[in-house]
Design a protein around this ligand. Structure first.
Ligand SMILES: Nc1ncnc2c1ncn2[C@@H]1O[C@H](COP(=O)(O)OP(=O)(O)OP(=O)(O)O)[C@@H](O)[C@H]1O
Length: 320
């Protein structure tokens, strides 16, 4: 277990624990390095410790043990420096309802000691489709627009690292897609993104790497693509024209299974063998003159993987 933060990382967390005043341990010796320029998705069920982790890095909550650095700066010793490098979009919409969008976002920049920069604020508002609303009071905006304002505030001081805590909870599909697009643009512009989410689809769509946290423990950190490859499954289903009374030995040798009723053949692949496996099976059926009406494959999603990690793995601990 590492105890020295990595100064090259955007965020380096070493041996971080948090016990709240009542004695509840929300984080247990978490080690995690967030690479510069990546989109990192932190997944976990309710109460797993995601907000606690983000809040510590952003200096809102104090850790009980361990060290965190942001771009090589200690978050406690160099608080002002590290905080100015971070933009935080919290779960709760917290902003002054009576101010205009423009004033709110400009003021936010000022809080970080940055000189006014109307061109920068204009760009942020335009990128978030808020430009037309710049003179409206926050209270007059829809929920989705208010959420955009929260993001604009977080971006107003040009952070290197953006934390998004459940960014699309409760937003409609269109806004969710817009936000994903925007997050990608930010990443392409060099911003490191850390997001927490309940929507596995969001992590699947967006993340370069995924971390899974459960009961305060980081049980897995993996490239999303590797995770899908390692733990993903594919299932091939073949609907036959004529039912089979029993599975012929030639098909059993291909690890096909005959489902009750005799009309359906099935075969499970792990992700590594899946792409190569389907065609030979279909060819073999053709050679044996076995007619089929339909063939489909189903791929397990990150959701299946996540559910199995969080629920089935409680005794074994982290997977290899
Ligand atoms: N100030 C606090 N005092 C005591 N316990 C707390 C405090 N804040 C959070 N907790 C507890 O710590 C645990 C982790 O909470 P946290 O908000 O970090 O989880 P989360 O993964 O972000 O969950 P959610 O997605 O529901 O926000 C929860 O059991 C929560 O009740």
């Amino acid at each position: 277990m590492s105890t020295t933060p990595d100064s090259q990382a955007a965020v380096s967390i070493a041996g971080l624990s948090k016990t709240y005043a009542g004695g509840f341990q929300a984080l247990k010796r978490v080690d995690l390095d967030i690479r510069r320029g990546e989109i990192f998705a932190l997944l976990g069920p309710n109460g797993a410790g995601k907000t606690t982790l983000i809040s510590i890095v952003c200096g809102i909550v104090t850790g009980s043990e361990g060290r965190v650095t942001v771009a090589g700066h200690d978050i406690v010793r160099d608080y002002r420096v590290t905080r100015s490098k971070i933009g935080l979009v919290p779960q709760e919409l917290a902003t002054d309802a009576f101010e205009s969008v423009w004033a709110t976002v400009s003021f936010s920049r000022g809080l970080f000691g940055k000189a006014p920069d109307p061109a920068r604020i204009e760009k942020v508002l335009r990128d978030l489709s808020l430009w037309d609303k710049r003179n409206e009071k926050i209270m007059a905006l829809s929920g989705g627009m208010k959420r955009r304002v929260m993001i604009a505030k977080a971006l107003s001081h040009e952070p290197e690292i953006l934390f998004l805590d459940e960014p699309t909870a409760g937003v409609d599909v269109e806004l969710r897609r817009d936000m994903w697009e925007m997050v990608r643009r930010l990443r392409d512009g060099g911003v490191t993104i850390i997001l927490t989410t309940h929507y596995i689809e969001e992590a699947e769509e967006m993340a370069d790497r995924v971390g899974v946290i459960r009961k305060g423990e980081l049980i897995l950190v993996e490239e999303k693509a590797t995770l899908m490859k390692k733990l993903g499954k594919k299932q091939l289903t073949i609907e036959l024209e004529q039912p089979m009374a029993a599975l012929p030995a030639e098909l059993a040798a291909l690890q096909l299974v005959l489902k009750p009723g005799g009309y359906t053949l099935q075969r499970d692949f792990d992700a590594a063998e899946a792409s190569a496996g389907v065609a030979p099976i279909l060819k073999r059926l053709g050679d044996l003159n076995i007619g089929f009406k339909d063939v489909h494959t189903q791929q397990s999603s990150l959701e299946d993987i996540f559910v199995s990690l969080v629920h089935d793995n409680s005794k074994e601990g982290a997977p290899a």
